[in-house]
Design a protein around this ligand. Structure first.
Ligand code: BGC
Length: 756
């Protein structure tokens, strides 16, 4: 059905239009019955429906309908699997249609700047490429059912402390390279129906009233054509917000801001066309949904199975000194209350009322020989002598021990940040005590963000289960007992300690938070610094092994408009079927600007049977090599060499290949008296001017004519050149190479060249 939305808007009164720009209540948009505009519902969230029928809140306090809790983003991102994320989105879209939800409030793609952010469990990664790819696949899955998504929280919302007022002070290059691309990729590849702007300010302007963010970048540059809604209560000033591109205020301000809009139109301070356009954008999406209502069949049970599949394809095996998989003939002790009461989701607005939760004790194979001791509570950090004693006795008697450790709910949640990066002390203490009596120890972790691992070198196995969703128990049991071959890889680095993290000195600062580490976030920092880490980005073990060979590219030289195909062969060299995640990183070797040592620009996940080989292909373009240059407000990659690195993690690069770029893009050059001779020599547009001076200076300083055999010579040619290169142009006058007037003429002449 083709609707004429413009015509519809023209029939609305000013009050009706202003009313359309804020919610009816916590979860609904308003209706205009006389014009056939229905009221539609929106609801959290990214890993399951939190549809509240009765008492509403945005903090996950009151109950919502029973639904399937899929693995939160912290885990699903570790799947590195676009198809799986599409399937995940497809299930959420179906559930949303069946429950009459027009928009699902997710996915959340904020970058994990620090392990301390209380909401990291809702976010995908420290890497914007991965977060963008995962989000786009998820959105495409949901929206296939004409249910919208609301990608959030746009933008630079990376901490919970003061989240509604703080200003994320970030330079533009960093925003463009780190904090924006997940949104950009999703907008370009999946066209989310809506975007949710964040609570915080960016460089002193609230995201909810930032025209550069909401209009220039989001719409004009990226082509977003849905509507922007505010995070719940994120509106600071309504009329400036509307002008900036914030169409919908959520939930509502009891009509107060609607009135301000009406008054602003009446007194001429707001052009009514802006209001009309906002209403049009909202109604487009409302009808996109209501015109495509469809019968949906889904069962919670089938979705529970999918939740299990996502969990087991995402959990990360971090360590395995020949201790896993477990065997049904072994006597195994399970220790820790998480074995009975797994922590499988985080607190806050994404909290799902799970219709059932599986624990690992119930999910182990029937004939497995398991004993269990609580050891410690999953809720707090209190060392209990009696519980510990019982656990140690059990551990002593067992062949192997699996300790289920993790963060209690209160340690991380929406609304506040973590105070430190440690597990509860009582857990670390008991792990050490068990290690004193038992060498075969495996740790299963239930946490929403990295933790310090003080016993890392002493345990034999670690399975990172993160927050596994409601089917966590089955997924963990199947991996532990080898029914499933682990195939997830870390979407974030595990530093050894919190103070290693690049944001350590500024994270959580008062109202103004300076992102002083710039683009060096996550592995971009650790790898460039060559800093030892507990586990690197992209890392994860398998029960089988893989060999990489035959890296090739379809060209070795390329220009701005080329695409490059990179191929590599991967073989399963182990004895069981398994999946491998192959990562492609690019390392800029041009030396033209400081950049991270490597950046992820492609990944693929493939299934291989023992002995089987497959060829994996990646496509790269100019943007894959580029950084954001604020001088030209565009992406730029300098001419020169770039290394393609194929790895099993960011620290396990298996194959490399060199490519040479010759770009047609020229950076603007404004020559003045303090431009150095080196800068002029390095630029083909100006090198001829500088060459003459260079020669004359060499005559003055004396050179060895390239034949420097005299050890006594105090200044080598290299030293000579370095000194000349760092000389400002004005010095040629003081060295008597030309007059000041001649130099000024020459500078004018250079600056007038059209290609500068
Ligand atoms: C959260 C959003 C959420 C909204 C509605 C806010 O507090 O930041 O992510 O979608 O509440 O529950």
């Amino acid at each position: 059905m083709k609707r004429n939305i413009k015509e519809l808007v023209s029939q609305m009164t000013l009050e009706e239009k202003a009313g359309m720009c804020s919610g009816l209540d916590f979860w609904h948009l308003k209706s205009v019955e006389r014009l056939g505009i229905p009221s539609v519902m929106v609801s959290d969230g990214p890993h399951g429906l939190r549809k509240q029928d009765e008492k509403a809140d945005h903090l996950g306090i009151n109950d919502s309908i029973k639904a399937v809790c899929f693995p939160p983003a912290v885990l699903s991102a570790c799947s590195f699997d676009r198809d799986l994320m599409y399937e995940f989105g497809d299930a959420i879209g179906k559930e949303a249609q069946a429950n009459d939800l027009s928009v699902v409030l997710g996915p959340a793609v904020n970058i994990k700047r620090s392990p301390l952010c209380g909401r990291n469990f809702e976010y995908y990664s420290e890497d914007p490429y991965l977060a963008g790819e995962i989000a786009a696949a998820f959105i495409n899955g949901v929206q296939k059912h004409h249910v919208g998504t609301s990608i959030k929280h746009f933008a630079a919302n990376n901490q919970e402390f003061n989240r509604m007022s703080c200003s994320s002070n970030v330079d533009e290059r960093t925003l463009r390279e780190i904090y924006f691309p997940a949104f950009e990729t999703a907008v370009k590849k999946a066209k989310p129906y809506t975007v949710m702007c964040s609570y915080n300010q960016i460089n002193g302007t609230f995201a909810s009233e930032n025209p550069w963010l909401l209009t220039d970048v989001l719409r004009d540059e990226w082509g977003f054509d849905g509507y922007v809604m505010s995070d719940w209560g994120a509106v600071n000033e309504r009329v400036p917000g509307l002008k900036a591109g914030l169409e919908l205020e959520m939930p509502s301000s009891n009509g107060i801001y609607d009135k301000e809009i009406v008054e602003a139109v009446k007194d001429g301070s707001l052009d009514e066309k802006i209001l009309d356009q906002a209403v049009e954008r909202i109604l487009n999406i409302v009808f996109k949904y209501t015109d495509h209502r469809e019968e949906q069949e889904f069962t919670l049970e089938a979705d529970h199975k999918l939740a299990k599949k996502i969990a087991e394809e995402s959990m990360v095996l971090l360590k395995n000194d020949s201790v896993l998989p477990l065997n049904e003939t072994e006597n195994i002790a399970f220790i820790g209350e998480f074995a009975k009461k797994p922590r499988f989701q985080g607190g806050g607005s994404s909290h799902i009322n799970s219709y059932r939760v599986s624990n690992v004790l119930e999910a182990v194979p029937q004939n497995a020989s398991i004993t269990y001791a609580k050891g410690f509570s999953a809720k707090d950090d209190i060392y209990d002598e009696a519980l510990a004693k019982e656990a140690i006795e059990l551990a002593k008697a067992a062949d192997k021990v699996v300790i289920f450790a993790g963060l209690p709910d209160s340690f991380e949640s929406e609304g506040y940040d973590r105070a430190h990066m440690q597990l509860p002390e009582c857990q670390n203490r008991l792990i050490h005590e068990i290690l004193a009596v038992q060498s075969e120890v495996i740790i299963v972790l239930h946490n929403g963000s990295p933790v310090e691992l003080p016993w890392l070198s002493s345990v034999k196995g670690i399975l990172e289960a993160y927050l596994g969703g409601q089917a966590v128990g089955e997924a963990v049991a199947d991996i532990l007992f080898g029914k499933t071959c682990p195939c997830g890889k870390l979407a974030e680095t595990f530093p050894y300690k919190l103070s290693d993290n690049p944001s350590y000195l500024s994270f959580g600062d008062g109202i103004n938070v300076t992102y002083q580490e710039g683009i060096f976030v996550g592995y971009r920092y650790y790898d460039t610094k060559e800093m030892p880490v507990a586990f690197p980005f992209g890392y994860g073990l398998s029960y089988t092994s893989f060999a990489y060979s035959n890296l090739r590219t379809d060209k070795t030289r390329f220009t701005d408009h080329d695409t490059i195909t990179v191929s590599v062969d991967v073989t399963n060299t182990g004895s069981r079927k398994g999946k491998e995640i192959i990562q492609l990183y690019i390392s800029d070797r041009t030396g033209s600007i400081r950049r991270p040592l490597r950046e992820l620009k492609g990944y693929e996940k493939i299934l291989l049977h023992p002995g089987e080989s497959k060829t994996v292909q990646f496509t790269l373009d100019y943007r894959s090599f580029a950084w954001y240059n604020t001088e030209i407000n565009d992406w730029y990659a300098a001419s020169g060499d770039y290394e393609i690195q194929i790895g099993a993690s960011s620290r396990d690069i298996r194959l490399t290949e060199n490519l040479r770029l010759s770009t047609q893009k020229r950076l603007p050059l404004k020559v003045h008296g303090n431009t150095t001779l080196g800068e002029l020599l390095a630029d083909e547009r100006t090198s001829e001017y500088a060459m003459n001076f260079k020669k004359q200076l060499e005559n003055i300083f004396g050179t060895s004519s390239g034949n420097n055999e005299n050890e006594d010579i105090a200044i080598s040619d290299e030293m000579n050149f370095a000194m000349i290169a760092s000389m400002p142009l004005r010095n040629v006058v003081s060295y008597g190479l030309c007059s000041k007037a001649t130099l000024i003429d020459m500078i004018d002449q250079i600056n007038q060249k059209s290609d500068l």
